[in-house]
Design a protein around this ligand. Structure first.
Ligand SMILES: NC(=O)c1ccc[n+]([C@@H]2O[C@H](COP(=O)([O-])OP(=O)(O)OC[C@H]3O[C@@H](n4cnc5c(N)ncnc54)[C@H](OP(=O)(O)O)[C@@H]3O)[C@@H](O)[C@H]2O)c1
Length: 212
């Protein structure tokens, strides 16, 4: 598939490398393509452009920008270019304030997630929440003693979630579909939970697994 990635930082770069490894074509979108010069020299197959270029390129688009910039980045990408496309939302609505005893602060409440806000503004986009509840270093084919971890996903479009499940299969994850966009109220705060051992004990090498 052609994958457009909105973002240029660690998540964008990590997922881009993963998509390339699994045979997809990738374009990263950023406000400043020059900043990816060094990364590009080690990933010459990847394309780099603006947000609108990456959105137009992608059959599937990955949203991997700072949480507070998510809506802005999508506006810059262009609602028309994104209409009907699968947009994998990796973002977390982390506030600028520092963590409190290892617990991140969010800009959202338990009654309304960031992805619900995005879905309301960009009604024609087929958002799927994924990749937000694990650190970038473990996003692609993680090797953990406990076996393949679970990726919690949600979104309103069943076919879009199947597309994302296909990606997660390639990336070595078990997909756990938690339903519609409202489930992002629970999936986004998993980022807070995931980060606590990191902030308290510098332990970042874990992922969630749903046991049955
Ligand atoms: N880091 C992780 O391990 C991790 C794990 C899971 C989920 N996440 C989530 O994934 C997302 C990306 O995380 P990250 O650590 O890779 O990067 P980040 O530092 O959170 O964000 C950097 C990206 O945000 C964009 N950005 C910042 N301000 C912007 C604005 N005003 N308008 C448009 N774009 C703007 C930047 O665009 P430019 O390229 O134009 O500068 C850049 O691509 C975040 O929402 C984060 O919460 C991160």
């Amino acid at each position: 598939m052609n994958i457009g990635i909105l973002g240029s930082a660690v998540v964008a770069q990590t997922l881009a490398a993963g998509f390339l490894k699994h045979g997809h074509d990738v374009m990263l979108g950023t406000r400043n393509p020059g900043k990816l010069g060094e990364w590009r020299s080690t990933h010459p197959q990847a394309r780099v452009g603006g947000f609108a270029d990456a959105a137009a390129f992608g059959e599937v688009v990955v949203l991997a920008v700072k949480g507070s910039a998510a809506a802005d980045a999508l506006r810059q990408a262009g609602a028309a270019a994104l209409a009907a496309k699968v947009v994998v939302d990796t973002t977390n609505p982390i506030a600028d304030a520092p963590p409190d005893h290892g617990v991140l602060k969010f800009t959202t409440s338990l009654g309304e997630s960031s992805m619900e806000r995005l879905q309301r503004e960009f009604g024609a986009v087929r958002f799927v929440k994924a990749f937000n509840s694990v650190g970038a270093a473990l996003m692609v084919n993680p090797k953990l003693a406990g076996g393949p971890p679970s990726m919690f996903v949600c979104g309103n479009d069943q076919a879009a979630k199947q597309v994302v499940k296909g990606i997660l299969d390639q990336f070595g994850w078990e997909t756990v579909d938690l339903g519609t966009v409202e489930a992002a109220r629970a999936i986004e705060p998993l980022c807070m939970l995931w980060c606590i051992p990191g902030f308290l004990s510098n332990d970042w090498s874990h992922a969630f697994k749903l046991l049955r």
